[in-house]
Write a protein that binds this ligand. Structure first.
Ligand SMILES: [Zn+2]
Length: 188
C-alpha cells in the first residue's frame, strides 16, 4: 500500500518537474522582451532590442523574430535562436488529427523531413499555400503516405517556412565562414 503511494508520489514529482522545465523553456524567450500581463497567462510583448510590439506575444512568433527579423539583436542571441529554430521540430507543435490510429502515425523526424520537402516544393514551384488543404492534394499525399497529414495552410506559411529560411541562412553562413577575400558587388 505504501509503495503504491510512493509510486504515485514519484509520478507526480516527475510530472511537476517536467512542467517546470517546460515552463522555463517557454519563459526563456521572454528574457528578450518586455511583457505586460493581459490576464489568463497571456502577455503583450515589446522587443528589448528594436521597436517591434505585439498586442499578444506568442513564444513561436517571438522566437522567429529573434532568429530572423530583429535588426538590432546581438549576433550571439540571433545565432542561439537560429539554431533553436533550425533544429526544433515543427511537427511537435501541431495537433495531430489521427490520434486514434497510432499504427498509422509516422515518426516526428520523418514528418519533419516530409514537411521540409513539401515547403521546398511549394516555394520553389510557386504553388499557392492554400493548395495544401485542398481535398485532392490531401488525397494525393495520403495515397503516397497514409500516416502523413499535411500541415495547415497557416502553419506551412509561417512555422515551416520560417524553419526552412533559417536552415538555408545557416547553410549560407556556414559556407561563407571558410571563404577568403570576399567582395560585395552588383551584377548587372
Ligand atoms: Zn527586435
Amino acid at each position: 500500500m505504501s509503495s503504491t503511494f510512493s509510486d504515485t508520489h514519484d509520478d507526480q514529482n516527475i510530472e511537476e518537474s517536467q512542467e517546470i522545465k517546460r515552463g522555463r523553456k517557454e519563459s526563456h524567450v521572454w528574457d528578450h522582451f518586455f511583457k505586460e500581463s493581459l490576464g489568463r497567462g497571456h502577455y503583450s510583448a515589446k522587443c528589448n532590442y528594436c521597436t517591434q510590439k505585439w498586442s499578444r506575444g506568442r513564444p513561436e512568433i517571438l522566437k522567429t523574430h529573434l532568429a530572423l527579423y530583429c535588426q538590432e539583436i546581438p549576433l550571439s542571441v540571433k545565432s542561439e535562436y537560429m539554431e533553436l529554430l533550425a533544429t526544433g521540430s515543427t511537427a511537435a507543435n501541431r495537433k495531430q488529427k489521427t490520434n486514434t490510429d497510432s499504427s498509422a502515425e509516422i515518426d516526428i523526424n520523418r514528418k519533419d523531413k516530409i514537411d521540409q520537402a513539401l515547403i521546398r516544393f511549394f516555394v520553389c514551384c510557386g504553388i499557392p499555400f492554400s493548395t495544401v488543404n485542398h481535398p485532392y492534394f490531401m488525397d494525393f499525399v495520403q495515397s503516397l503516405c497514409f500516416g502523413y497529414n499535411p500541415p495547415k495552410n497557416d502553419a506551412l506559411s509561417t512555422t515551416i517556412l520560417n524553419k526552412e529560411i533559417t536552415i538555408v541562412l545557416k547553410s549560407i553562413q556556414e559556407n561563407l565562414k571558410y571563404e577568403e577575400n570576399l567582395t560585395l558587388g552588383n551584377i548587372f
